[in-house]
Every structure is written in C-alpha cells, then in structure tokens.
Design a protein around this ligand. Structure first.
Ligand SMILES: *Cc1c(COP(=O)(O)O)cnc(C)c1O
Length: 449
C-alpha cells in the first residue's frame, strides 16, 4: 500500500464488502455447534507473554489542582462570577476541546443525559429513539421525563445506530434521537442529522465512551444539538464520578443549567428563587470534582491519540481472518477505543464464542466474550413495563402503546451474541497490541473450519 490512508480506505472498503456478503444471520448464530478447541502450543508459549505497563491515570497534576481547591473558602460550583475557579477552569478547557456555547458540569453521565432530554422538552408520551446496546444511563432520563425510549437496530460492525432503522422508528410522537458513540467509535451522524432536520427532532450525542473521538474531523459532541459526557471512574478521563452536558442550541443551551440545579438559574443575575418554573433534580458537580476534571482534561489528547493509534493497529492485524470481523471505523474518523470489540463469524468456527475467548485468555490476551448480556429492552423492568414502583403511568393513561416484550433488534442481538471484547488502554504500546493481534490470529487459525 502506498500510504497509511489509502491502506485504511482499502481496509474499510474491504470490510464493508465482506460484511455485506458474509456476516451470519441471527438464526445462524444461534445454532453454532460446539466442537472442542485445539490445544495450546506444546511448549506452553503464549502469544502475549507479558503484561502492559502500569496504568497510571492521575498524579501530581490532579494533586496540585485539588490543593488549590482546598485553599478556597467554598467548594460549591457557583459563588458569583469569577469565584467558582475550578468549575470555570474545567468549562474553559472543555470548550477548547469541544466548542459549545453553553457547558454545564454535573454529577454523572446519566445526569447529563437526563438534563439533555429535560432541556430538549421531552414530556409524557414523547418518543426518543436510541440504541439497545448502551449503558442504562442513556435511557433513564427519558423514562424519568415520562418519555418513551424506542429502540432502533444497529449497523453490524460499528455497533452504532443504523439510520435506516431509526427512520423506520419515526412517528408523529418522535421528539429526539440519542446517538451513542459506542466503545469510542463515532456514530454516523450525517444521516441522523438529516433525519433530525427533516422531522424537527433533537439530536443528542452520548459521548460517555468516546472522549477524544472525531467524526469527519470534528470532536464528537460538537455536531448534534446536545453533547453528553461522563467522568465516571472507568471512562477515558475521570473524576471518580462526574458529567458534562453542552449545547449551542439557542433554546436548549440556556435551559441546561436549571435542569442540573433543582430549577435554579444561579448564574442569571435576573433570577430569583420564586421564578423557578421546572421540576429538576440536584445534579451539581462540586469544585473538587471540577478541579480534578480540569487537570484530567490536560491528559485527554495524549490518551485519545494513543488509544486511536493502538485500535487502528489491532484492526489491521486481524482484518484478513475469514472467521473474524474487526470493528468498522470510517477512514476519516478517529475512534478512541474505550474497549475493542470484534465479531466472530460463528458459522466459520469449530467451538463456541466462549471457547474462542477462553483460548484468547489462555494466550495471555485480555479478552472476554460479549459486552452487556442482553439488549436493554430484555431487562425485566422493560419486559414488565414496571418503571415506577412496578407501574408505567403513561401506558396506563394511554399515552403510549409501547410493548417492550414485542421489541426485537436482530442485528443488536447478533452483535451481542457473536462479539469478543478486548481491553485496550493507554498503558499498552504497539508491540503489546501486535501480540494481542497475533493471539487473535493464532486462536482464529485453530478454530476456523
Ligand atoms: C458510562 C455511560 C453512561 C453513564 O455515565 P455515568 O457517569 O456512569 O452515569 C451513559 N452512556 C454511556 C454510553 C456510558 O458508557
């Protein structure tokens, strides 16, 4: 290949073509026969003999920033203009990363998403289309606003919303779409933007797993009407817990703050307590978390660039195996691999996916079978529609006919049934990731029919 980029383009086109012709149907995946896997190398040598380096995520930068917060008389996020130093610093750094006019700190990604749907005006019976493969935090806010989560199906190799399926889910009651950038792979936003414009929907981006990712060169979260990020402990950057919600929309942006702070608009000099007009929870972030998060922001680009590079290396390392489908990343996008998820063509394998993942671990590769066990609509409380003390008032009142027992998203189910999940993070380097790739190749060779 003449250059890196054209090789990527080639791989992309190649995987699209392969997917179109070779991915198993969900019916096939369900009937995979289990023959035992072959043995490990006789001398006991592993494809991944060592461990990655120590994973250090915070240190002096955060200690120093926390120290400056401890010297303040108040740790509350708002003390009047210029006084909330840590929150202001974090917001300033977030805006440099993801330029949005209104940026509000909050207590979690779940809070950010609840604030987003509330500020978007989601009310009883309003439908919000989203993915069934995500953290439940994507969905909770819709239900708390008495809205109706509607699950659309996914693309087979990005594991993100399929715009054609989203379009089929649109009804006169649809008010918003929540696009999740799963595992740090940017969701294809252009067709969702077109649908949102055509049907006057709010497009919300759930970027919790996608810090540093870019869609056609733009940071995720800068394209839809609202961006939601999480700083929960396991995300790319973290403060133990925390979140950010951001928007440049002239209607939604100014409404974010009050939905994070019990209806209060403290930063508005005209605001007084008796003007509160919305019901909202307390989702505030303290100065301590904001200071920690501000320090974490300075580490983000390095973390994102490293994960992006390692993920591309692993995709290329496993892209020519007949029984393996690597994740699909558009050549102009940057994925930041919160984890690395690939699929198996189980009809091309002897043995089960579990045996395949077990064999990878025996080779020293940090991999496991699957992601969440079932798509969200299969959870008991969806199946029983028992969201509020066992009841779902909007259904009882006839504001929705949604029956989650009848929902199926075949591709999402196949993604969960045929996937293997590998740990990928910035403590790893290219030689280590090449060993993980070699482990996948070795196991795939042994298992392929
Ligand atoms: C982590 C996560 C959330 C929720 O974030 P919390 O900070 O844990 O509330 C929402 N959506 C996705 C895709 C996530 O990965």
């Amino acid at each position: 290949m003449p250059s890196n980029v054209s090789r990527r383009k080639f791989l992309y086109a190649h995987s699209v073509a392969l997917l179109a012709t070779q991915l198993p149907s969900p019916a096939q995946t369900a009937t995979a026969t289990a023959k035992p896997a072959g043995p490990l190398a006789k001398d006991g040598s592993k494809a991944v003999p060592g461990k990655p380096g120590k994973w250090v995520r915070w240190g002096d930068l955060e200690r120093q920033q926390l120290g400056s917060a401890v010297d303040q008389p108040s740790l509350f996020y708002w003390q009047g203009k210029g006084a909330n130093k840590q929150t202001a610093l974090f917001i300033e750094r977030f805006k440099q990363y993801c330029p949005r006019e209104h940026v509000v700190t909050c207590s979690s990604g779940t809070a950010a998403l609840h604030i987003a749907v509330a500020a978007a005006g989601i009310g009883p019976g309003d439908e919000v289309i989203t993915t069934p493969i995500t953290d439940i935090g994507t969905i909770a806010g819709i239900l708390f606003q008495q809205g109706v989560p509607v699950f659309a199906d996914l693309e087979p190799a990005t594991y993100n919303l399929d715009a054609k399926s989203v379009e089929r889910c649109i009804t006169p009651r649809t008010k918003a779409i929540i696009a999740v950038h799963l595992a740090g792979t940017p969701c294809d936003l252009a067709p969702l933007q077109a649908l949102a414009a055509k049907h006057r929907l709010v497009l919300i981006e759930d970027c919790a797993q996608a810090w540093g990712a870019r869609y056609r060169g733009q940071p995720v979260g800068s394209i839809g009407h609202v961006a939601c990020y999480s700083l929960m402990n396991s995300k790319h950057i973290a403060a133990g817990d925390g979140g950010v919600v951001a928007s440049s929309d002239p209607k939604i942006g100014p409404a974010l703050l009050k939905f994070s702070d019990k209806g209060n608009e403290r930063t508005n000099p005209q605001y007084t307590w008796d003007k509160t007009e919305v019901l909202a929870s307390n989702y505030r972030m303290s100065e301590l978390q904001a200071g920690f998060s501000a320090a974490q922001m300075t580490r983000l680009e390095k973390i994102a660039a490293k994960r992006a590079a390692l993920g591309r290396v692993l995709i290329e390392a496993i892209s020519d195996l007949p029984a393996v489908v690597p994740p699909l990343l558009h050549p102009q996008d940057r994925g930041t691999f919160w984890f690395f998820y690939f699929r198996l063509r189980v009809e091309r394998l002897r043995g089960t996916r579990k045996e395949f993942a077990d064999a990878l671990r025996a080779e020293g590769a940090p991999c496991s079978a699957g992601y969440i066990p079932v798509p969200l609509y299969k959870l008991p409380y969806f199946q029983k529609h028992g969201f509020f003390a066992g009841r779902w008032p909007i259904k009882e009142l006839g504001l929705t006919k949604m029956d989650y027992a009848k929902v199926t998203c075949p591709e999402a189910e196949a993604i969960l049934a045929t996937g293997v999940n590998c740990v990928l993070n910035e403590s790893m380097d290219e030689p280590y990731i090449r060993e993980v790739g070699a482990a996948v190749r070795k196991v795939a060779k042994r298992f392929t029919i």
